[in-house]
Design a protein around this ligand. Structure first.
Ligand code: AHG
Ligand code: MN
Ligand code: MN
Length: 333
């Protein structure tokens, strides 16, 4: 049997690669892992303990909340409350930046989508968690809100958890992308995907084609291109769409391919949120050799104006995303 590498051992060894580290980033990542274990357990038995269905409220960005959205947010907030590890938390489910009393002196800020793919909760589908970690500015007098409106390029770590056939935690702290599968009996995340590399080009695409007729002409042409047969470029591409960005992105990372959520009639600025969905996944996919864009610009270069800012989003294999950009720009007729 190969020697199992636990998440704890891995994050500590990764942190030692940076000079002058104190172990705080490792503890922070492990705390995300701890919250993920609680969520994996509770999601698995949600139907038995009355945690499925709607809560009857809307969140800060107007999305109808599921009970699991609210629960997942509480788990994350509680997991960090007494740790002193983060100064603040930006969450999809909270209107404002949540200041963490124990973390007044903390170096980091956590940005999180506690539960990604909420529409899948009641149908036993895949769901996830997305997170990004920023270093807090040292300049005195800068408010927390100003400190969280960072470019994705400034992230120090990011990752996601996928609650699927197994629970998988994937993270990067700037030295490659690594995946850990939860061994439920041991209660440990164990290294299962070392140095994930996103294939340069894929054979799959993921998008909600229900909005096809609302998309820009260049995007519709791109879909037509993906559906044409051409052996040399592995077309037609196969459609795979789960309704959970985490799951669709994970397929892109492993098998190659592209996920996109452009503007449409109901989402004039795009649907996905820059701070806790697009930027962390863009940082991670670029660490794995992939690419993420808003269709025109690199996601990592965008500086948000507000914590819940939305953006069109295209992510996955580099050549696929670049091709999408060329079609959108009208460069290919
Ligand atoms: P969330 O559940 O955090 O609101 O995110 C849902 C996102 C993303 O995960 C998914 O790809 C997309 O919204 C699904 O949207 P549609 O149902 O409009 O396809
Ligand atoms: Mn989401
Ligand atoms: Mn969510």
């Amino acid at each position: 049997m190969t020697q199992a590498i636990t998440l704890s051992r891995h994050v500590i060894e990764e942190e030692h690669k940076h000079q002058g580290t104190t172990g705080t980033l490792s503890r922070l990542l492990l705390q995300v892992g701890f919250a993920a274990k609680i969520l994996a357990r509770e999601i698995g038995r949600a139907a038995l303990v009355g945690k499925l269905g709607l809560i009857g409220e809307k969140n800060a960005t107007g999305d109808t909340q599921k009970k699991l959205d609210v629960y997942a947010n509480e788990v994350v907030i509680e997991a960090f409350a007494e740790t002193g590890l983060v100064a603040g938390v930006v969450s999809e489910e909270l209107e404002r930046v949540q200041e963490v009393a124990s973390g007044v002196e903390a170096k980091y800020i956590l940005c999180i989508d506690p539960l990604d793919g909420s529409s899948n909760t009641d149908t036993n589908g895949v769901i996830g968690t997305i997170f990004g970690i920023y270093l807090k500015e040292k300049t005195p007098g800068v408010s927390l809100i100003d400190q969280v409106l960072n470019r994705g390029a400034d992230l120090v770590a990011a990752g996601y958890v996928m609650y699927g056939t197994s629970t998988l935690l994937v993270y990067t702290s700037g030295h490659g992308v690594h995946g850990f599968t939860l061994d439920r009996e041991l209660g440990e995340f164990l290294l299962s995907h070392r140095d994930l590399c996103c294939p340069e080009q894929g054979r799959y695409y993921a998008a909600n084609l229900g909005h096809y007729h609302e998309w820009a002409p260049g995007i519709r042409k791109y879909i037509d291109y993906l559906e044409q047969s051409d052996n040399a470029t592995c077309r037609p591409y196969s459609l795979r769409y789960t309704g959970a960005l985490v799951a669709d992105l994970h397929r892109c990372l492993v098998d190659g391919g592209i996920y996109f959520y452009p503007q449409d009639a109901a989402h004039p600025d795009g649907k996905l949120r820059l701070v806790y969905e697009c930027a962390p996944l863009a940082y991670l996919v670029q660490q794995a050799g992939g690419y993420a864009s808003d269709g025109k610009r690199r996601i990592l270069d965008l500086k948000p104006d507000s914590i819940h800012q939305r953006s069109p989003f295209v992510i996955g294999s580099r050549k696929d995303v670049e091709m999408y950009e060329r079609f959108l720009a009208g460069g290919i007729a």
